[in-house]
Design a protein around this ligand. Sequence first.
Ligand SMILES: [Zn+2]
Length: 85
Amino acid sequence: MVLKKVKKFYIGCVGNMKLLCQKCNTEIFVNENMIMIHDNIWNTFFNKSDIYCDHCIENILGRNITVLDLNDALCNYFWKEKHNL
Ligand SMILES: [Zn+2]
């Protein structure tokens, strides 16, 4: 219930920003395919300004994303909810 309200607010805030995955060109949505992984993992595989969808992140990492990879960014809650993690 609370998450739904937060979700609406959060999506509203970033609603004007169009993010495209720089590898597959898929549009990235906060409540769909956006994930934020911990800096130490990100910095090992990616540049700071890189933008990738969840699938391309998994491809580049060469494995599936786990909850341990995800930081406490709000988009990760949506992603975990969506993937039943
Ligand atoms: Zn992609």
